[in-house]
Design a protein around this ligand. Structure first.
Ligand code: ARG
Length: 273
């Protein structure tokens, strides 16, 4: 019985894996059409870009872009939740057709995957307890700083601790599975600040009473913007082109902006329930 059950499990796991590997070339448009599904990996903890909606499914303004791409291809969009810091490798090794997770376009990441044109621009923000007034990176000297593992914001803080503004200040970086997990620790006073992208910081601070979001500033430099793109396996030019065309269309028509607001509102209503 146990054996039967086990082999059943193995089969289920195998068929899930095979869906995107066996006989299916990840990110290849002909293959996507043939199999009737566009498979995306996402870390749905990043409102308004991607988060879990009322029906337990991932929704958000990035998912809305992909619904449109899938309908152009005449296929079904299949959204698979994954841990944020595993997605780039998964896409580079062909486990899904693409990754959509508020990815900041960076030169390092460009060595592993290809990026679409940007669909939004962001800045790093701080989530703080209401009574605190840090705003410069330098204000975080000696403090406990947290965020989601693998995020660009974490790399920024890590750099500052290793060789920059926070060096030798006893500032400490703590990385969590999601930014929300970090915010809980902030509320429990185990952290002094959470670093995360602008709109997400605004959403999470609205969802968590006693916290606020402010832009992260630097005493000696202007804050740098980050552009968000989706990712495909290197060389998947046809899919990339279709994604780019759809993003550009939705940007130019204003639909993208409307969706950002729409999904911010949906995320807030979910929280009020
Ligand atoms: N923009 C940041 C980065 O690329 C954070 C993205 C986090 N995304 C998510 N869905 N949790 O590292």
């Amino acid at each position: 019985m146990l054996k039967k059950l086990l082999s059943g499990c193995v089969c289920a796991v195998l068929s899930a894996v095979m869906l995107t590997s066996c006989g299916r070339k990840a990110g290849d448009v002909a293959s996507i059409k043939k199999h009737g599904n566009l498979v995306v990996y996402t870390s749905p903890d990043f409102p308004p870009y991607e988060f879990i909606g009322e029906e337990g499914k991932a929704i958000g303004c990035e998912i809305a872009i992909l619904e449109k791409v899938a309908s152009k291809l005449g296929v079904k969009l299949e959204v698979k939740p994954a841990q944020f810091d595993s997605i780039i490798m998964a896409i580079a090794s062909g486990k899904a057709d693409l990754g959509a997770s508020g990815f900041t376009i960076t030169d390092e990441r460009k060595q592993q995957v290809d990026f679409t044109v940007p669909f939004d621009r962001s800045y790093q923000y701080l989530i703080l307890r209401e009574e605190d007034n840090y705003k410069y990176l330098e204000d975080l000297a000696g403090k406990a700083i947290g965020g989601q593992v693998g995020n660009t914001g974490m790399l920024l803080v890590e750099d500052a601790i290793n060789k920059g503004e926070l060096k030798d200040t006893k500032a400490e970086l703590k990385q969590f599975k999601t930014a929300s997990d970090a915010v809980l620790e902030l509320k429990n006073k185990k952290l002094d600040a959470v670093v995360v992208d602008k709109l997400v910081a605004i959403e999470l601070s609205k969802q968590n009473e006693g916290t606020k979001a402010v832009q992260l500033l630097f005493k000696t430099a202007e804050p740098e913007h980050e552009d968000f793109g989706m990712i495909v396996k290197k060389g998947n030019a046809e899919l990339l082109q279709l994604l780019n065309a759809t993003i550009t269309e939705m940007k130019e028509s204003g639909e993208l902006e409307v969706n950002l607001l729409k999904y911010s509102e949906i995320a807030r209503k979910l929280q009020d329930k």
